[in-house]
Structure formats: structure tokens, C-alpha cells
Ligand binder design. Structure first.
Ligand code: ASP
Length: 439
């Protein structure tokens, strides 16, 4: 029997997990009593989901190091390297700006935090309730972030040059340092005498091949992992938040959809001369995994595989644009930050004038660069912007947003990953590579 393609398996798991979670809610109600059958099922599911995520994350550092070094140290690796870098950063900056502007436009048009021209009291009360009900872990996350207020704005530039590269590699949020170090290392490799250069090149190439095999093994468990990740999320979410925060959810999701299904396809078509449909098809597995895991870093091994194997981007371009993209290019996150901050301001009754909104746009652009590619990472950036904009009750609002974050997080992560893949194919095409050809 022919094996179902990987993206269909993941999609089937997603659907199955959603259906069983809804059925469980119908059978057992929304609240799982401690020690009950449902509570146990959720616990086991979360445990397995966590194992799957950990396995994906485990691959990241060796994969980044080996692929960046072997990609850049390859023949002609450094030739035109500065050009590649400029194009990549230019593409990232422009597309993230487009995303933020879409978010800003939508949140000003819909005004999800306003009702009859007044700050929406019901949402404010829901915020207070949600903040009260939030788990201790969620409250602690926000409290720690709150203490660090302000100091993180330029932290991302420091993170590029870690004092200790091994330390950076062990810290999930510090991938940027590992990438910069790997790039420097790769350039230095190309300066070695021929024999030594070949040895190192082959060593890292072989290491990269090994990591690709490991990725394949981990992805073989994806249907189970995705099921285990999604089941508890749907079970715990329920319909109430959609009623309470419906207009807010709709604003975020529509803005993300515009960016992913209108803006970026136009960019693919007109900046790259590429077929958006073919690109979507090539990226199916990565997009579904990004949606399921809410982690663009965790998805990186699969993103790299899809971009090289399905879209035909060279290893050199993929290994430069994608690890960098997974850490610094976050269209969905920047868009979300902007919507969330303006929404909270609306709920708190703060009128933001043009200059303040401009500052929020700039802050969303800058902070999205520093947000780690892990679940809910952008809430810290949102807290930072709210505080810097002088919006009251920021801590409470962020705890409340954190408690309803998962679905939005999954959606913006898919947009983040999609943005990275678009950069990879457009830049590869501009470098003369044959991408997205029917094969
Ligand atoms: N979860 C997102 C990502 O991994 C980051 C965020 O917006 O929280 O890309």
C-alpha cells in the first residue's frame, strides 16, 4: 500500500485531535477534575507533545551549525556573500513592515477593543477574570519579563556576538549568536589551505547529512507528536474565549490571513516571478508543523528540508536565509505585536495619536527580531511595548492574553515560517537558481 505523504499524515492528526478534543468536551465538560480520566489523558498527551517538541529542538543547534558551515564554506560560498546578506535583510525588513502595516490598518479599522465609541468594559472584565484565573507559571513569566523592562530593546545586537558561543547554543533564545559564529567560522574555513579546507568541508557536510537523517526519524513520529500537541489545546480552549474576544481574534486572524494569502503571494509573483500555489504546495509540511508546534525554531529542520528538497533552493541560500529567518524574520509576530498593543490601549481607554502608533510600528519591527522562535515568546515583547508606551495595566493585560494565546500563536508561527520560505525562494531565484520547477 502506498504510504500517505507526510503532510497528509500531519493534517489527519490535526483534524483527529480537534475532533476527539471536541468530543471529550461534549462528554466530560470543559473542566477536567484532578485525577479524572480526562485530566490523565491530557497530562499524558502534553507529556508526549513535549517529547516531540524537545526532539525537534534537540536537532536545531547541530543542524544550524553544520548546515551554515557546509553551505557557506561550499564552493563559491563566499562569493557574492555580501550581496546575499543585503538581499536577505532587505527582504526581511520590507515584508515585516508590510505585515505590521496590515495589522495596524486592521486594528484601527475594526477597533476590537472599543464598543459604541467607548473602551469595551466586557473585555476589560474578561481580562481581569482571565488574569486572575491564569496559571502560576503564566503569571511568573509575565512578572519576570516585567522586571526586565526596557533593557531588552537592544539586547538583540548584543546577542549577535555572544561572549560564549557554547553558552549561546545551550540557551534556546540565543540562536542568533550561534548563526553569526557559524558564518564567521565558515568564512574562515574558506581561507584555509586547500587540503585542510576540504577536510573541514567534508566533515561538516557529513555532519549535516547525519542531522538530516535524524530529522527524518523525528518527523516519522510527527503524526503522534502533532496529535499530542493539539488535543490538550483544543480541549482546554473551548468556545468561551471566541465569544468574549471574538472581534480581537477575528482582527488578528484576518490580518494574518491577508499577509499570508494576499501580500506574500503578490510578493512571490511580482518580486520573484514565482507561482504562489506551487510554493504553498512545496511548503505544506513545514506550514502544518509550524501551526501544530507554535515554534518556528522547532520547525526549522523541516523548513530547511522543504525549501531544499521541494522548492529546489540551493543549500548555500537555504542555509543562509532560513536559520537567520527563523530567528530574526517574524512577520506574523510583528503583526500580532502591533494589533495586541493597540487593542490593549483601546480596552484601557488610551487614544494613541499618529506619533505613538508610529513608535509602536517601529517597536514591533525591532522587537520581533529579538523574539525567540518558541511558543508565546512575543508576549514578552508586547509587555515591553505596552510599558514603554505608558499604557496602564500592562501586566494584567499580558497575563490575560497569554492565557488565550495558543491558537493565535499557532497561526502567527505559520505566517513567520511562511515569510522565511518566501525569502528563501525569491532570493534563490534572484541568484539565478532554478526554484519551484515542476519535478
Ligand atoms: N511562537 C512564535 C514563533 O515561534 C513566536 C511568537 O510570536 O510568540 O515563531
Amino acid at each position: 500500500m502506498k504510504k500517505l505523504a507526510s503532510h497528509w499524515q500531519i493534517l489527519a492528526s490535526l483534524v483527529l485531535a480537534t475532533l476527539t478534543a471536541i468530543a471529550f468536551r461534549g462528554l466530560f465538560g470543559g473542566e477536567a477534575a484532578e485525577g479524572s480520566f480526562v485530566a490523565r489523558a491530557i497530562e499524558i498527551s502534553e507529556f508526549i507533545g513535549d517529547l516531540f517538541l524537545r526532539a525537534l529542538k534537540m536537532i536545531i543547534v547541530p543542524l544550524i551549525v553544520t548546515s551554515v558551515i557546509s553551505g557557506i564554506a561550499s564552493l563559491q560560498g563566499v562569493q557574492g556573500f555580501a550581496r546575499l546578506g543585503m538581499k536577505t535583510f532587505g527582504f526581511y525588513a520590507c515584508t515585516t513592515l508590510l505585515a505590521v502595516l496590515t495589522g495596524l490598518l486592521m486594528v484601527n479599522l475594526v477597533e476590537p477593543g472599543v464598543r459604541d465609541g467607548q473602551p469595551n468594559q466586557t473585555i476589560r472584565e474578561a481580562f481581569e477574570q482571565r488574569a486572575g484565573d491564569a496559571s502560576e507559571a503564566q503569571k511568573a513569566t509575565v512578572a519576570t519579563a516585567s522586571e526586565k523592562e526596557g533593557k531588552d530593546f537592544f539586547g538583540v545586537f548584543k546577542a549577535m556576538l555572544p561572549e560564549n558561543v557554547i553558552g549561546a547554543a545551550t540557551d534556546n533564545g540565543q540562536m542568533l549568536g550561534v548563526i553569526v559564529f557559524s558564518i564567521l567560522f565558515a568564512i574562515a574555513v574558506t581561507r584555509l589551505p586547500e587540503g585542510e579546507m576540504r577536510t573541514l568541508r567534508e566533515f561538516f557536510q557529513a555532519g549535516n547529512d547525519v542531522m538530516i537523517t535524524v530529522t527524518r526519524w523525528v518527523m516519522a513520529t510527527a503524526p503522534i507528536g502533532v496529535y499530542a500537541l493539539i488535543f490538550p489545546v483544543v480541549y482546554k480552549t473551548g468556545a468561551r474565549i471566541f465569544i468574549e474576544l471574538g472581534p480581537y481574534f477575528a482582527t488578528v486572524l484576518v490580518a494574518l490571513a491577508i499577509h499570508m494569502f494576499v501580500t506574500m503571494p503578490l510578493v512571490l509573483k511580482f518580486a520573484g516571478g514565482l507561482s504562489p500555489l506551487a510554493h504553498f504546495r512545496a511548503m505544506r509540511e513545514a506550514l502544518l508543523l509550524a501551526f501544530s508546534t507554535a515554534s518556528s525554531s522547532g520547525t526549522l529542520p523541516v523548513t530547511m528540508r522543504c525549501v531544499q528538497d521541494n522548492a529546489g533552493v540551493s543549500k548555500r541560500t537555504a542555509s543562509f536565509t532560513l536559520p537567520l529567518g527563523a530567528t530574526v524574520n517574524m512577520d506574523g509576530t510583528a503583526l500580532y505585536e502591533c494589533v495586541a498593543v493597540v487593542f490593549v490601549a483601546q480596552v484601557m481607554g488610551i487614544q494613541l495619536d499618529f506619533a505613538q502608533q508610529f513608535l509602536i510600528v517601529t517597536a514591533a519591527l525591532l522587537t520581533s527580531v529579538g523574539v525567540a522562535g518558541v511558543p508565546s515568546a512575543s508576549l514578552v515583547a508586547i509587555l515591553l511595548i505596552l510599558k514603554n508606551s505608558g499604557i496602564p495595566n500592562a501586566d494584567m493585560a499580558v497575563v490575560a492574553l497569554l492565557s488565550v494565546d495558543r491558537l493565535l500563536d499557532m497561526s502567527r508561527t505559520a505566517v513567520n515560517v511562511f515569510g522565511d520560505t518566501c525569502a528563501a525562494v525569491v532570493i534563490a531565484k534572484s541568484e539565478g537558481e532554478k526554484v519551484l520547477q515542476a519535478r
